[in-house]
Design a protein around this ligand. Sequence first.
Ligand SMILES: Nc1nc2c(c(=O)[nH]1)N[C@H]1C(S)=C(S)[C@@H](COP(=O)(O)O)O[C@H]1N2
Ligand SMILES: [Mo]
Length: 220
Amino acid sequence: MSLSGPDDPKYQSGSPPEPGSVAPEVIVSPDTRRSNRIPPGQVRTRKWPVLHATTVPSIPIAEWRLTIDGLVERPLEFSWEQFQSLPRSKVFADFHCVTRWSRLGNLWEGVAVQTLLQMAGVKPTARFVIAGAYDSDWTTNLPLPEFDQPDALVVDRHDGELLDADHGGPVRLIVPRLYAWKSAKWLKRLTLVADDRPGFWEEMGYHNYGDPWREERFTE
Ligand SMILES: Nc1nc2c(c(=O)[nH]1)N[C@H]1C(S)=C(S)[C@@H](COP(=O)(O)O)O[C@H]1N2
Ligand SMILES: [Mo]
């Protein structure tokens, strides 16, 4: 089947794409198999809202780099061409924003986080990941166990289309198990660290962990 985009009338009115309908090579995010896919306090949107803290950075593709560093055996840096030549993966996942919208049944394409972690070789002392982005000093912090999952992806395509700049293109992170603010847009750097370091929204009072199923929205 081909997944419909947010502006497709079928998507607007119909039920969300089901995990059973995706191609066999697509990794299915386990939360899409729940009988109720909408976490507590969330409402389904058929559109895809755009949300970020400041402005959309412009990133000339010739200058784009993705770095993986910190507590790894082999620090990595990819140019756009190098990133495009990596083994590719597809993930079917739901996307939950803490401002209470959920966009169900997204088909994400890119390079699996686990592919990158295997290439870099994670040191046993690593416990958290800091995702840095091209919108100045924006970061978000993630626990390594939720980051190091088969459905976490560094993506450049969504529902068959190149990811546009508003939604984090050329490349963003997708971590379906956590609220969407942990899915860094305009991804620049993944740094493995031993000690946690709250990121932009976490410093502003968002929950440090961010599990939508436990409604970890804000720090008490
Ligand atoms: N670099 C960066 N990534 C970011 C943000 C941001 O401000 N900067 N905002 C986050 C928030 S709060 C949300 S809800 C999602 C929204 O993604 P979308 O605009 O593609 O819907 O991106 C997340 N990733
Ligand atoms: Mo958000």
